[in-house]
Each structure stands twice: as structure tokens, then as C-alpha cells.
Ligand binder design. Structure first.
Ligand code: PLP
Length: 391
């Protein structure tokens, strides 16, 4: 790519923009990971992450990606042959299930309509048939990044409780944590899975599990092979601020700063900002005359919007035009949506003018790429952002 002046516009739904404050924090000199400064750093990060997960339960931090956090949840709690329910809601749900199946877990997929989130009634009906309580866990993706659809986790918990079902509830919050209201304790989640590179505004490289007492108990009876992800090893070390291996020290500096920034803004304000930017995006999409992939407004994602391309037009070509002309990256169509949808990320370190610039790039890109649309999407977004601005 030839040099483009100005900043690249990173508008994918993660990894997200890393603010200068966090970049500077990461640039601190690397320290002895077995020394007192490292111990204090880890303890501060663990305490901070409890607030972000809205939990009193234990949190573990691993050097790793979201896929590692899935694997950690699976290998620490389940056994080969265990039955698990998951919802076929998108590419990340599919990949999580693949992870579990690779460990011999017997996963049953419910749903299958990627336009909608996990269906609590369907779950209740399935659990009702499980008189022997053979189902050991329910997997749900809070925000399916490939489709821009959220799932109602509290409703899933209610469905499980209504059936008095003892399965563990495991939730992927890779693209919702610190962007969309998420409550590990209040919603009775047993294992929450997260990564650093989205709402937390960090580069990729940290993976998280928040673990309920029930999941911790299940981990005592899990016989799946594990080493790197072993909760009992990590727990013992973490209590003193250490790890069973070399942690990603500089990312922990970044994490400490990220938590500080989120606390300064206030979690409720962070969630409200994401909602507002996503609403502006959807208004632009409707004005362009294009279709939002998510069908149920109650499930619209505050962190990413997936937009259907008009028939006969590929998102791959469109995104290439936008990248070449305006130096902006938009999210690709993933899995069975490849070629058919593109995604606008509006999560993490994002504000009105960054979003407005991105929407300008999309509208100009439609014109240049010959994608049929109506003009005026940016104007609609601006009108909403103006009308909803704080007085
Ligand atoms: N889960 C969701 C919802 C995601 O969006 C992603 C990645 O984008 C993952 C899991 C996998 O995370 P990673 O790519 O960090 O392994």
C-alpha cells in the first residue's frame, strides 16, 4: 500500500483503536515479572477487571486471544463426551463450538437463524426434555460480532432457573465487555470469556475468564487435558500477583490504564456512548436504503453493525475501494456471510467525529464502487448526533 497521510481509520469491530494514553502506558520499560512491581500491577488489574465484569467472583488473566479464553472455559470445566447446548447465531458461536468439539464435547446447536439472538424459550423447551440433567453447559455469545446481534443473557439464566437445570452458563463477551452492559454476577453466569482488543481498547494479547464458585467446583472434576490454561495453577499464582509463566507485562500496564479510563468515563456512560453511536450508524444505513442484518431492534448491537450488500455487489470489492481511496478498514463478511455483509465497528475508543468520518467514507465508497444507495446517510447520522448531544 502506498503511504497515506493522516491516521488510518480502523473501523472494524475489533481490534479497535488504542488510545494514546494506553499506548504510552504499554511503552513503559518491561519489568521483572517476579518482582514486587509486577505483583502490584497484576493485583490492580485483577481488581479492576472485577468491576468491568461486574462480579465479586474470581477473574483470571492469560496471555492469549479470545479463542484461548474459550478453550480455557471448556478444558477447565467439562469432560469428553459431555453434552452442551449452543446457539447457531454466527461465525463466533460456530468457532467456539468447533473448539469444544475438538475436545470431544457433544455440542447440540439450537436456532440457526443468524439474524436473531439466542432464544430463551427454545432453550427452556430443550432443557425441559433433559430430565436426567445430561446437559452440562449452555454456551451463549453475548454480542455476535459477525452479525451485529446481541443475546439476552439474563433471559437465558431465567430459562435455566425456571427448569431448575444445573448446567453451567458460559458467555462469550469478547465484543461486548466494556461496550455493552454485562453483569456476570447478577445474570448468574458461570464462566465469562473475554479478550483485550475490543471494548477494553488494548491491542490483542490478553484473554480473560471470570469464574463462578460453581464453575470453580466443576473444574475440580474436569479431566480434559490442559496445561497452559489450568485454573488451579493460575489461581495459586495470581493470588500473589504472579503467573505460572511469563505474563504479557506491558499489556498489563495498558490494562491498568484502560480500567482507569473506563472508571473516569463511568461504565454506564461507556454503555450509553456505544448505544448512541450505534443508533447514529443504523440511521445512516436506513437512509442509504440498505438493510441492517440484525432483525430484532431489541437485539441491535451497540458495538458493531452488519449491513447487507445489495444483490450482485460484493462487500470484498466495496471494502477494497474504501481502503484504497480513504485509508479505512471496514469489517469483512465472515463465514457464510463472506461477500454478503460488511460491518462497521463502533466500539472501544470511539467518538462522534470518528464515527462521522467513517460514515462519510462508507457513503463516498458506495458512490465510487457503484453500490446502489440513496444519499444522505451521513446527514441522518449527524442530525441524530446533534439532537442527542448533551446540552
Ligand atoms: N468471540 C467473539 C465474539 C469474537 O468477536 C472473537 C474475535 O473477533 C472471538 C471470540 C475470537 O477471539 P480471538 O480472535 O481474539 O481469538
Amino acid at each position: 500500500m502506498p503511504y497515506h497521510s493522516g491516521r488510518h481509520t480502523l473501523q472494524i469491530p475489533g481490534p479497535t483503536n488504542v488510545p494514546d494514553r494506553i499506548l504510552h502506558a504499554i511503552a513503559n520499560p518491561t519489568i521483572d515479572h517476579r518482582g514486587p512491581d509486577a505483583a502490584a500491577l497484576t493485583r490492580t488489574c485483577l481488581a479492576g477487571m472485577k468491576k468491568i465484569f461486574q462480579t465479586e467472583a474470581e477473574v483470571m488473566i492469560f496471555p492469549g486471544s479470545g479463542t484461548g479464553a474459550w478453550e480455557s472455559a471448556v478444558v477447565n470445566t467439562l469432560n469428553a463426551g459431555d453434552k452442551v447446548i449452543a446457539f447457531d447465531g454466527g461465525q463466533f458461536a460456530t468457532l467456539w463450538v468447533k473448539t469444544a468439539r475438538n475436545f470431544g464435547i457433544d455440542v447440540e446447536f439450537l436456532g440457526g437463524d443468524w439474524h436473531h439472538g439466542a432464544n430463551a424459550e427454545e432453550l427452556a423447551a430443550r432443557l425441559q426434555k433433559d430430565k436426567q440433567h445430561e446437559i452440562r453447559a449452555v454456551f451463549a455469545v453475548h454480542n455476535e460480532t459477525s452479525t451485529g446481534v446481541t443475546s439476552n443473557i439474563a433471559a437465558l439464566r431465567r430459562a435455566m432457573d425456571a427448569e431448575n437445570h444445573p448446567a453451567l452458563l458460559m458467555v462469550d463477551t469478547v465484543s461486548s465487555l466494556a461496550s455493552i452492559d454485562y453483569r456476570h454476577d447478577e445474570w448468574g453466569v458461570d464462566v465469562t470469556i473475554a479478550g483485550s482488543q475490543k471494548g477494553l481498547m488494548l491491542p490483542p494479547g490478553l484473554a480473560f475468564n471470570a469464574v463462578s464458585a460453581k464453575a470453580a467446583e466443576a473444574s475440580k472434576h474436569s479431566t480434559l487435558p490442559k496445561n497452559y490454561w489450568r485454573w488451579d495453577d493460575v489461581r495459586v499464582q495470581n493470588q500473589n500477583g504472579f503467573y505460572p509463566y511469563t505474563p504479557a507485562t506491558n499489556l498489563l500496564y495498558g490494562l491498568r490504564e484502560a480500567v482507569k479510563m473506563i472508571e473516569e468515563e463511568g461504565l454506564p456512560n461507556v454503555f450509553a456512548r456505544h448505544k448512541r453511536l450505534s443508533e447514529a450508524t443504523r440511521r445512516a444505513v436506513r437512509a442509504w436504503g440498505l438493510e441492517i442484518f440484525a432483525r430484532n431492534p431489541a437485539e441491535y448491537s451497540p458495538s458493531a453493525t452488519a449491513i447487507q450488500m445489495p444483490d450482485g455487489h460484493s462487500e470484498v470489492d466495496f471494502r477494497a475501494v474504501v481502503l484504497k481511496n480513504f485509508n479505512m478498514s471496514l469489517g469483512a463478511g465472515l463465514g457464510k456471510l463472506a461477500g454478503k455483509v460488511f460491518r462497521i465497528g463502533h466500539l472501544g475508543s470511539m467518538n462522534e467525529l470518528m464515527l462521522a468520518g467513517a460514515l462519510c467514507g462508507v457513503e463516498m465508497g458506495f458512490e465510487l464502487a457503484g453500490v446502489p444507495h440513496r444519499k444522505g446517510g451521513v446527514a441522518e447520522a449527524m442530525a441524530y448526533l446533534t439532537a442527542s448531544a448533551a446540552a
